[in-house]
Write a protein that binds this ligand. Structure first.
Ligand code: HEC
Ligand code: HEC
Length: 348
C-alpha cells in the first residue's frame, strides 16, 4: 500500500498516542519533521546562514597549540581528512588504536573524526566510549537494519553513520566496540541552572558560544531548552579530548528531571547513578543534546531496535518537556570513569 505524505504527516502529529508506536513495522519517518521536535537538540542547518568564522587560524601551515600540552599541530594536520590528530595519545587504553578506528576503510571514515579519539563524541554525534560491546554491536546492527534513524530527516550525519554501518561487517563492529569499551568516558559536563545562556551559532554541526568580540554575550534562556556549548571554541575545533563543556538549563530543570527519573524508574535499568548496567547504556554525564535526541527518536519510533522495546513505554508516558528535564538531570550526574570489560560472549 502506498502512503501519501499527508497521511504520514497526520500520523506523525499523533505520535504521542499509542497509534504509531504500535505499528512496529511502519517505516520510520523519512520526510516530514515530527511535531514537537526539540530543535535545540537536533541543531538542523540554518538555510542560507554564512559559514561562521573559525577559531582556528586561516593558514594550513599555521601552528596550533592548546593549553595543557606542549604538543602542537598545524591547522592543515588538524583538518586532515584521513586521520584525526590526537593531542593526548597517552590517555588511550588497550594497546594500539585499531586501523579501522584510526583510518577507516573504503566507504567508512575514521571513527575518531566525529566521535574523537577517546570516543567521548560531540553533541551532534554520539558518545561511544565505555559502552558494553554487546550494546555497541547491537546499535551497529540496528543502523544496518533500518531500525535506527533520526526523527529529523535533516540530520544528515546520522544518515552518514547508517551508511558506515552498512559498509561494515559484524567482525569490524566488534573490533571498534572492544576498542571503545576500554576507553574511559572522560567528559566533564557541567550543567548550570541559569536564567541566561550564551548566544550561540552553529559551527561544525553544533552550537558554540559567539565570542564577545563578535557580538556574543548572554541572553535569556528559552523555556524547555538546553544550551550546550564547549568551554573553548578553539579547543573544540581542534578536537581536544580534555575539553570541558557547559549545558545551561532554566532554573528548576534539574529537580524536575530528578522527579521524572524517579517516576519513570530509569535507575531500575540504567543503574542507581545512571551509570549503565551491562548492556543497558550509561547516561550519566553524557551530552544532554544527544540524550534528548535519543529519547525523542524512541518516542517517534525512528529508533526502534529490539532492545528499544524496553524504552517504548517509558517515553510514551513522558512529555517532550519531561524528556528535556530528565536529559539535563542525567547529564548533571558525575560520570563514573570506569571502562567496560570487553567480553562479548553475550552478543554472540
Ligand atoms: C561523520 C561522522 C561520524 C563518523 C566518522 C562515525 N560516526 Fe558513529 N555516529 C555518528 C552520528 C551522527 C551518530 C548518531 C547520532 C544521532 O542520531 O543522534 C553516531 C552514532 C554511533 C553509535 C551509536 C552510539 C550510541 O550511544 O548508541 C555507534 C556505536 C557508532 N556511531 C559507532 C561508530 C563507529 C564504530 C565508527 C567508525 C567506524 C563511527 N561511528 C564513525 C557520526 C559518525
Ligand atoms: C525497562 C528498562 C528501562 C527503563 C525503565 C529505562 N530504560 Fe533507557 N534504555 C533501556 C535499554 C534496554 C536501552 C537500549 C535500547 C536500544 O538498544 O536501542 C535504553 C536506552 C536508552 C537511551 C539511549 C542511550 C544511547 O546511548 O543511545 C537513553 C537516552 C535512555 N535509555 C534514557 C532513559 C531514561 C531517561 C529513562 C527514564 C526516564 C530510561 N531510559 C528508562 C532500558 C530502560
Amino acid at each position: 500500500m502506498r502512503r501519501t505524505p499527508v497521511l504520514f504527516a497526520v500520523a506523525l502529529v499523533v505520535f504521542g498516542t499509542a497509534a504509531v508506536m504500535a505499528q512496529q513495522n511502519a517505516p520510520a519517518p523519512t520526510g516530514p519533521i515530527p511535531a514537537g521536535l526539540p530543535e535545540w537538540a537536533y541543531t538542523p542547518p540554518v538555510p542560507g546562514a554564512p559559514p561562521p568564522p573559525s577559531a582556528l587560524p586561516t593558514d594550513d601551515n599555521a601552528v596550533v597549540s592548546i593549553p595543557g600540552t606542549t604538543k602542537t599541530f598545524t591547522r592543515g594536520q588538524l583538518r586532515a581528512q584521513k586521520e584525526t590528530m590526537d593531542w593526548y595519545p597517552e590517555d588511550r587504553r588497550g594497546g594500539p588504536v585499531p586501523n579501522l578506528v584510526r583510518f577507516g576503510k573504503e566507504g567508512v571514515r575514521q571513527c575518531t573524526l566525529c566521535h574523537l579519539p577517546d570516543g567521548s563524541g560531540r553533541p551532534e554525534n554520539a558518545p561511544i566510549s565505555s559502552y558494553s560491546p554487546t550494546y555497541f554491536m547491537q546499535q551497529m546492527q540496528d543502523f544496518r537494519n533500518g531500525l535506527r534513524k533520526s526523527a529529523d530527516p535533516r540530520k544528515a550525519n546520522t544518515n552518514v553513520m547508517i551508511g558506515f554501518a552498512k559498509a561494515m561487517t559484524p567482525e569490524e563492529d566488534r573490533i571498534a566496540a572492544e576498542y571503545f569499551a576500554q576507553q574511559p568516558y572522560p567528559r566533564r559536563m557541567k550543567v548550570v541552572e541559569s536564567k541566561t545562556a550564551p548566544k550561540v551559532r552553529m559551527q561544525g554541526g553544533m552550537h558554540m558560544a559567539i565570542p564577545a568580540s563578535e557580538g556574543g554575550g548572554m541572553e535569556p534562556i528559552k523555556a524547555d531548552e538546553v544550551v550546550e556549548v564547549p568551554d573553548d571554541n578553539l579547543r573544540a575545533e581542534a578536537r581536544d579530548t580534555r575539553l570541558t563543556w557547559t549545558a545551561y538549563v532554566p532554573p528548576g530543570t534539574l529537580n524536575r528531571g530528578k522527579q521524572v527519573a524517579a517516576k519513570a524508574q530509569c535507575a531500575t535499568c540504567h543503574g542507581a547513578n545512571l551509570e549503565g548496567i551491562g548492556p543497558v547504556p550509561p547516561l550519566a554525564g553524557r551530552s544532554p543534546s544527544y540524550t534528548m535526541r535519543q529519547l525523542f527518536d524512541f518516542k517517534t519510533g525512528a529508533r526502534r531496535g529490539p532492545w528499544g522495546e524496553l524504552m517504548r513505554p517509558v517515553v510514551a508516558n513522558l512529555s517532550v518537556q519531561e524528556l528535556m528535564a530528565v536529559a539535563a538531570y542525567a547529564a548533571s550526574i558525575q560520570s563514573p570513569t570506569a571502562a567496560q570489560p570487553t567480553t562479548t560472549s553475550a552478543a554472540r
